[in-house]
Design a protein around this ligand. Structure first.
Ligand code: GDP
Length: 386
């Protein structure tokens, strides 16, 4: 499907940059336009792939290019004030060519956390295309302010978009990795999963015809509303024809049984392995299975079996399935999109920690005000200058 990507804040901008590189690398063609919005000059200058004309600096009157410093209320305010600047960049998008908008932001900071929901509200008012969000949750050890920002932003963002796709940094960190290296790796994981999904809905006329192509409307209908999570599993395949399995292959070189079993097991691995947002799979309302890989290694039966298994696992009757053929790849994979999930312990934890942080901040503020008053107050024995 064709998307207009809008990266908000530092994380949002970097992930859009990475999406552009990935779309190019796989020849996906799922990005129609890409925009980056930020209140910090250095962050926006550091991007590599987003065209310069599509980088929008907001909040100059208030923060002079220095960012909003993890203050997401200020992030929301400067976005409202400068919405025309952002609209100016959106006006250059051939909107009739796109299937949806996708706003990407880290939920724990200031600019993206506050601004992304404001932009979603604005786009929904003007355009008929669906507006999706990709929200990145902060790791738990980032601290109270990031958790509080994320919980408040999540609550608002999910209400304003047609569906919020979620990625949880906490689940994807590796021990012993620097933050910067970690983000580079995590960002690649993000764009591979979401990129394959969106590219699957963008198989053009000239491409290899899939046995059952995923249509952009199937992705949109699966997303529909609520929140979503994605699983992905892949396996290297021997595409030279000289592998161990070649002796079992049928005359046309395709072993139906192997391909079917492989896809069924990849769908299971993908669903039961690490999701972008861990959840109880049985709480999903809708799902989509996409088989990726060289067309000669994919078959309809494998997707169908995987799809049936997911129906049983979720108890949902609304599980769709299809192929995304990628010639010349040596990997077969399964993307599983679970949408309308409701049993998500991580979100409940995030909200609880945020409520505690909010209460603590209010108490501390009240105490600090009292202590400050008693520090300065001399009981009327000293007169202030004026
Ligand atoms: P903003 O610029 O004020 O919107 O804030 P940032 O985007 O810098 O940070 C918001 C949150 O996003 C942080 O708390 C991190 O959890 C996360 N984050 C920052 N940079 C990256 C990144 O490159 N990748 C990922 N996955 N998360 C990031």
């Amino acid at each position: 499907m064709k998307l207009a990507l809008i990266g908000f804040g530092q994380a949002g901008g970097k992930i859009v940059d990475e999406f552009l590189a990935y779309d190019d690398a796989i020849g996906g063609g799922f990005i129609e336009s890409a925009i980056a919005v930020n209140s910090a000059t250095t962050d926006i200058q550091g991007l590599e792939n987003v065209p310069r004309a599509n980088r929008v600096l907001i909040g100059q009157a208030r923060v002079k290019g220095h960012g909003v410093g993890a203050d997401n209320e200020l992030g929301a305010t400067v976005t409202e004030e400068d919405i025309d600047e952002i609209q100016g960049a959106i006006d250059r998008i051939p909107v009739h060519e796109i299937d949806a908008f996708l706003i990407i932001a880290g939920m724990g900071g200031g600019t993206g956390s506050g601004g992304a929901p404001v932009l979603a509200t604005h786009l929904k008012k003007i355009y008929s295309q669906p507006v999706f969000g990709l929200g990145i949750l902060p790791a738990m050890d980032e601290g109270g302010i990031y958790t509080l920002n994320a919980a408040r932003s999540f609550q608002t963002f999910v209400r304003e978009v047609d569906n919020l796709l979620v990625f949880d940094n906490d689940v994807w960190r590796s021990a012993g990795e620097s933050v910067a290296d970690g983000y580079d790796r995590i960002n690649r994981e993000i764009v591979e999963r979401f990129g394959l999904l969106f590219a699957a809905g963008e198989v053009g006329n000239g491409d290899h015809v899939a046995e059952s192509v995923v249509d952009s409307s199937e992705i949109i209908n699966t997303l529909n509303d609520g929140i979503s999570t994605i699983g992905y599993a892949s396996e290297t395949v021997d595409t030279t024809g000289n592998g161990l399995l070649s002796s079992f292959k049928e005359e046309d070189g395709f072993d139906e049984g192997t391909a079917t079993n492989r896809m069924t097991s990849l769908v299971r691995k993908s669903t039961l392995g690490r999701l972008t947002l861990p959840c109880d799979v049985s709480s999903a309302d809708r799902g989509l299975v996409v088989a990726t890989g060289p067309p000669e290694e994919l078959n309809r039966k494998g997707v169908e079996r995987g799809r049936q298994w997911l129906e049983d696992e979720t108890g949902s009757m609304e599980i769709r399935g299809g192929d995304y053929p990628m010639p010349h790849r040596d990997e077969v994979g399964a993307i599983v999109l679970l949408s309308g999930v409701t049993d998500v312990p991580r979100i409940e934890k995030l909200q609880q920690v945020a409520i505690d942080a909010q209460d603590r901040t209010e108490n501390l503020q009240a105490n600090a005000d009292e202590e400050f008053t008693s520090l300065v107050d001399t009981g009327g024995e000293l007169d202030a200058l004026f």
